[in-house]
Design a protein around this ligand. Structure first.
Ligand code: BGC
Length: 475
């Protein structure tokens, strides 16, 4: 990986970076699959092991606990040992977790396997967008990083389909075990792919950084990017704090607030209650159980995938903020009308049942073009290079923590306030999210990671030179 890579054709460079992003996004597939597979598998596990409700809850939620731990440690690992090794570690954990769950001899061991899978999910949720953002060229960064979200939605859909396929033989062990295949692809891929050029740069491995950039950029672009990274590094070095303390630096506060805010809003607007309880929601509007319920899950999965494809196409064209604005309005309207359907006493009325179905579809589609991809993308874009991993840890930790709390409280809320009250609360939070985005979230489309960092620092990076300049400019 050196001089011979300089000068490879543009199409080939683009192809390399696209393939690298697609392979890394297998981590997203595992995230989606391992979070989704439990809904199908649990039906049989609870029967085989005669599980109490508490035990079922634990089997479901230990994954989220593992994800919190994975997200917490992932940033530190990614900053210290590199993005590539951290992704490789996630792949190994995913593989071991899948095997442990598939061959589990007892419920206790299954709990351990679910925690292990959660660790993998937490690590991957952070390092996959991080790695892709750092190898991607600025003009396609949004689409390439959002491949991660696309694969999350594909993973959820595939987990539903595998659940349906293995239902006749009650094959819950197969449902878990099949995740070994993408884990091997992720592991093999990360073994072969190069380290992120920005991480290499941060660790003074300049020649290797240059070689990696040369595989994905034209010579002029490589020079420009190196100038920018050097300039931003000089700005970082002027600062006294390092490590976690820098997270509290005043210039970083706005970025921290954006990441944590988006993390929490992505969850507390209720996405996972709809994804996992959609059949229950529709059943309570009068739909009969059985096939209709399976169809709902697959329908939700398909809408989610379809509109995420649209988001991948749009995100570098229209930008991140317009998608957030439009998507959140769709989510708020859908949640409000859904609440109304329940207030009108939906059970038994075909018309209201259809309306509820349309609301669910609108809600999922709106999430899929907005908070779904944009949150994971933005946290890979807005933090300074020298603490990017750690800062992303904070945001993803908040995301998994909020996910855990919403999952825990959804049924309690429904019992206390009814469906109408619950969905209206999510709608009201959606309005707060809209206002938050309007006032606090920056647009990152088309800007390099260094330009974004400089704007948070209140500085600038020299404008793009057409040929390599003699020296870098810091202001
Ligand atoms: C969220 C998950 C959610 C998934 C649905 C992700 O961006 O973080 O919590 O289940 O999207 O597509």
């Amino acid at each position: 990986m050196s001089a011979e890579n300089v000068g490879v054709g543009r199409a080939e460079q683009r192809r390399f970076v696209n393939i690298a992003a697609a392979i890394t996004a297998t981590g997203g597939l595992l995230f989606g699959y391992d979070t989704g597979v439990i809904s199908g598998a649990l039906l049989f596990i609870k029967h085989d092991y005669a599980l109490s409700s508490l035990m079922q809850g634990l089997i479901v939620s230990l994954l989220l606990v593992g994800a919190v731990v994975g997200a917490l440690s992932g940033g530190q690992l990614a900053d210290r040992f590199g993005r590539r090794w951290t992704a490789l570690l996630a792949a190994i954990i995913f593989g071991l977790g899948a095997l442990a769950a598939a061959f589990t001899p007892s419920v206790g061991f299954l709990l351990f396997a679910r925690f292990l899978l959660g660790l993998g999910v937490g690590l991957a949720s952070l390092v996959v967008p991080l790695y892709i953002a750092e190898i991607a060229p600025r003009d396609t960064r949004g689409a390439l990083v959002s491949l991660n979200q696309l694969m999350i939605t594909v993973g959820i859909l595939v987990s539903y389909l595998i659940g349906v396929a293995f239902t006749p033989i009650e094959g819950w062990r197969w449902m878990f075990g099949l995740a070994v295949i993408p884990a091997v692809i992720l592991g093999g891929g990360m073994f072969l792919l190069p380290e992120s050029p920005r991480w290499l740069f941060e660790h003074d491995l300049i020649d290797r950084a240059r070689a990696v950039l040369s595989r994905t950029r034209s010579e002029a672009e490589v020079e420009q990017e190196i100038q920018e990274i050097q300039a931003i590094k000089r700005q970082e070095e002027q600062q006294e704090q390092v490590g976690y303390r820098e997270l509290l630096a005043p210039f970083l506060r706005p970025a921290l607030i954006v990441g944590v805010g988006l993390a929490i809003f992505q969850q507390v607007t209720g996405i996972n209650t709809v994804i996992y309880y959609a059949p229950t929601i529709l059943q309570s509007t009068g739909f009969s159980a059985g096939t209709a319920i399976a169809a709902t899950s697959v329908g939700v999965g398909l809408v989610n995938v379809g509109f995420t494809v649209l988001a991948v196409w749009l995100i570098d064209r229209v930008g991140r903020k317009p998608l957030l604005f439009v998507g959140l309005i769709g989510m708020i309207v859908a949640l409000f009308v859904l609440g109304l359907v329940f207030a009108l006493g939906a059970a038994g009325s075909t018309l209201l049942g259809v309306l509820a179905t349309l609301c669910l579809a609108l809600y999922i589609a709106s999430f899929a073009i907005s908070l779904g991809p944009v949150f994971w993308l933005m946290i890979s874009e807005i933090y300074p290079l020298n603490i990017r991993g750690k800062a992303m840890s904070v945001a993803s930790l908040c995301n998994w923590g909020s996910n855990f709390i919403v999952s825990l409280t959804f049924l309690l809320l429904v019992n206390a306030l009814g469906q109408t009250g619950t969905f209206w609360i999510y709608a009201a939070i959606g309005i707060l999210a809209w206002i938050f985005i309007y006032f606090l979230v920056p647009e990152t489309k088309g800007r390099s990671l260094e330009e974004i960092e400089a704007s948070f620092r209140g500085t600038t990076i020299a404008p793009a030179p057409t040929s390599p300049p003699p020296a870098a400019s810091t202001r």
